[in-house]
Ligand binder design. Structure first.
Ligand code: G1P
Length: 271
């Protein structure tokens, strides 16, 4: 059963500078709500009971957003504004299900995952990358269904333009299961156009096995002094762990770049 989700939030957000020089990108409003709330909605709607945030001391504002009880209580006492009461209740609901761990040096997604090791209780857990919003259809929920059916690890995926492969983790299909699901034969982080095994990209939703922790520990930092989750996944595939790529049905919004961020507000505004 997938009951826990982890969300790496310690990244510097350089693609959204200057905004991110003072503000965590995950709190930037998308159509009036912090981006991270859309991710949390997706988790809880998919049946997740606990979410682990991996933050850094530079991004403590994220914790503060969920821990401003005194502030809300004072205001609510003074004026019984139903809107504020409602917003506070929503925040409280989120807060009660979130744990915080720290990754103070941004050493990549693999390293971020490792910080959660002692909190992960079940054999599999979900990871969501907050830059990737998927709207119109709950991608995590669909992936959990695939996981249950095949007892396998799962990653969200989509086709990208051939000359854009350098931006993504790119995988090779081993076997087609059905229209939307494929066994993965191998995966490589941000390949060159020449080295890319395909134009099938991994998008930021992963159902990972707990055995990934041992693999991460065996990795040395690569490009950009980072430890990539993709490399740990490849090690598991070498060990015959099954990974399924799930071509999700929803609409993908890339909130990690300025153009994508601006566009995501417009797209969510249309819903
Ligand atoms: C990360 C992963 C990459 C994946 C992408 C999806 O890259 O490392 O494999 O394709 O998320 O958004 P990042 O966006 O952190 O550069």
């Amino acid at each position: 059963m997938i009951k826990q989700a982890i969300i790496p939030l310690a990244g510097l957000g350089t693609r959204l500078l200057p905004l991110t020089s003072v503000f965590p990108k995950e709190l930037l409003p998308i159509n009036g709500r912090p981006g991270i709330e859309y991710i949390l909605d997706e988790c809880f709607e998919a049946g997740i009971k606990e979410v682990i945030f991996i933050i850094s001391t530079k991004k403590l504002m994220i914790k503060k957003y969920f821990y401003s009880d005194q502030f809300y209580k004072k205001i609510i006492k003074k004026k019984q504004d139903p809107r504020i009461i409602n917003e506070y209740n929503k925040i409280l609901k989120f807060k009660n299900k979130i744990k915080f761990v720290f990754q103070n040096i941004p050493k990549g997604t693999g390293d971020a995952v490792l910080k959660t090791q002692k909190y992960i209780k079940n054999k599999y857990f979900l990871m969501l990358l907050p830059d990737d919003l998927i709207i119109k259809k709950n991608c995590s929920k669909a992936m959990i269904k695939v996981h249950k059916k095949y007892k396998s690890s799962v990653m969200a995926s989509m086709r990208v333009k051939k000359n854009n492969v350098t931006r993504w983790g790119i995988y090779k299909i081993n076997k087609k299961l059905n229209k939307r699901n494929f066994f993965i034969g191998g995966v490589i982080e941000k390949p060159t156009v020449r080295n890319a095994p395909s134009n099938n990209a991994v998008i930021g939703r992963y159902i990972l096995p707990r055995s990934i922790f041992t693999k991460i520990k065996s990795l040395k930092p690569k490009r950009g002094k980072e430890i990539h989750i993709t490399d740990a996944i490849q090690l598991l595939i070498n060990d015959k762990e099954k990974f399924i790529a799930h071509n999700f049905e929803g609409k993908y919004l890339d909130c990690g770049t300025m153009n994508g961020y601006i566009n995501s507000s417009m797209e969510i505004g249309k819903l």
